[in-house]
Design a protein around this ligand. Structure first.
Ligand code: GTQ
Ligand code: FE2
Length: 351
């Protein structure tokens, strides 16, 4: 396809425009919509219903064998603003992955970083560089860039979880690499406690001296699983500490650096008590949110989504958002904020 050909009423100028197009050049004075006063955002506010995701993932589980399509049975959330691309936002992939009992998804690795968040159920394991991480409701499990990962479900029940990857961002940077694992075989180990948690999950504020130096260069958290019992306790203590507070937010952090869990994605959990609203906010960068518990309404820009547990909601860049909790609401969110912050592009306004 050739470059766009611009038109003019003046013959000389038209000739110039034709010559420019032949040389794949475009005159800036004819271009609009490039330097907008505020972000021109294609990603749209959107909600995928958890009930629908569950039903369609289960149907895929009956009809589609695990070996078709990249060894992953995954339904990608495709934002209607992104021209049919299988992306939830301009920078993030979000999806649900479904494993029947006894199924496995063999090892591979890639430059896009991934995380798993469990909205319901338990009994599957993700192995990250061979370290088996159990997955249960409310747990966050990391698969940092270029770590080998595989999943298996030794339980009696099917299991579904949400995947979020920075794939669209890494693709925009032309930096996607993918490798199959060393074996086709799924490693079905099921240790109750991962090595990552044995080393880094011993207790609040306690880091193993023997391993501190080794992690200095790693751009991601050495702790690869954040357990719901810990998140829940921390949220409760924060709210208990301030009787006037009606909401609170925790950030999942790298215990080594105090920074975000991975260089491209920020993970947080927000709790809004029943009958309350969060303060309206807007920021640059997009968010993928998932409702773990409760129900209410999420206002995003000019749209209002009634939400219940299991729902996935997209908040596009620079859209004002606010949560109303009808029943106490726990909202997990992933954003690209670390990237915007590190590039000096992060902006936030409290409305
Ligand atoms: O589990 O390895 O949703 O590689 C998309 C790409 C999940 C995975 C996704 C992946 C995976
Ligand atoms: Fe993967």
């Amino acid at each position: 396809m050739g470059t766009e050909r611009f038109t003019s009423e003046e013959d000389d100028v038209q000739t110039l425009y034709n010559d420019l197009a032949d040389e794949h050049l475009q005159p800036l004075w004819e271009l609009t919509g490039l330097l907008t006063h505020e972000p021109a955002v294609s990603t749209q506010p959107f909600r995928w219903s958890g009930r629908t995701l569950k039903k369609l993932a289960a149907r895929s589980g009956e009809l589609i064998p695990i070996d078709r399509g990249g060894d992953r049975r995954v339904l990608a959330c495709a934002n209607p603003g992104l021209q049919g691309a299988p992306f939830a936002t301009s920078t993030m992939w979000a999806a649900v992955q479904f494993l029947n009992p006894s199924e496995g998804a063999p090892p591979h690795r890639h430059t896009p970083a991934a995380l798993r968040f469990v909205l319901e159920g338990e009994g599957a394991w993700t192995l990250v560089d061979g370290d088996p991480l159990h997955m249960a409701t409310g747990d966050l499990v990391l698969t940092p860039s270029m770590t080998f990962h595989e999943h298996h479900n030794p339980g009696a029940q099917p299991m579904m979880w949400m995947d979020v990857l920075d794939l669209p961002m890494v693709a925009a940077l032309d930096a996607v690499f993918f490798e199959e694992g060393p074996t086709e075989q799924v490693d079905t180990r099921t240790d109750p406690l991962s090595s990552s948690e044995q080393h880094w999950g011993g207790g609040p504020g306690l880091s193993p001296v023997r391993h501190l130096g080794k992690n200095a260069a790693a751009p991601h958290s050495p702790l690869l699983a954040y357990r719901w019992a810990d998140t829940d306790r921390a949220l409760s203590r924060l709210l208990d500490s301030d009787s006037s507070a009606s909401e609170t937010t925790l950030r999942f952090t790298n215990p080594f650096s105090g920074g975000d869990v991975m260089p491209t994605m920020r993970c947080q959990m927000q709790r809004v008590l029943a009958g309350n609203q969060s303060a309206p906010r807007r920021q640059t960068g997009s968010q993928v949110c998932a409702v773990l518990h409760g129900n209410g309404v999420i206002h995003v820009g000019n749209t209002s989504f009634p939400v219940e547990s299991g729902d996935i909601v997209v908040i596009p860049s620079w859209h004002t958002w606010q949560i109303r909790a009808d029943a106490e609401l726990d909202l997990f969110s992933v954003s690209d904020a670390p990237v915007l912050e590190s590039l000096g592009l992060y902006r936030e306004t409290a409305e």
